[in-house]
Design a protein around this ligand. Sequence first.
Ligand code: FES
Ligand code: FES
Length: 168
Amino acid sequence: MAESFREELHDVTLTVNGAPHAVRVPARRLLSDAIRHDCGLTGTHVGCEHGVCGACTVLLDGKPVRSCLLLAVSVAGAEITTVEGLGGDDDSLGPVQQAFADCHGLQCGFCTPGFLTTITAGLRENPTPTKAEATEMIAGNLCRCTGYQNIVKSVLRAAEITAEREQS
Ligand code: FES
Ligand code: FES
């Protein structure tokens, strides 16, 4: 009789939003699953699970990545930022979150964590986007509800809020 297959587990420390999470995972555990199930941070959403929709986008050392396309064991030592890490220390909304609230940038909200992380990274690269650049910034993320117009407005508003906060 064949022995039952036991997957080898690996001890990895994931640094998420500045906090270390020691997890024991199989080598093939997706980063998206590790964030949600092993770290308990369910703000990162999983849609297509094959790199198309952008819902699972997190920041890896500040760069947007699709967490459904990465293995958790491959990112030990990196700084991971999820949507839970985008607010202020006092639980205030971060600039992109505030802009989505101001401009009604979400409806069901399923896609929103991926947009928030994507735009946060995008505005670091280009803090003063034009409307065309804002549209381009979100071109890799899918939303089934909004028609994107208010998301583009949110990008532009987030740029304003960021500039206002930097001046004050
Ligand atoms: S769930 Fe990762 S890109 Fe869609
Ligand atoms: S707000 Fe529903 S998918 Fe974007």
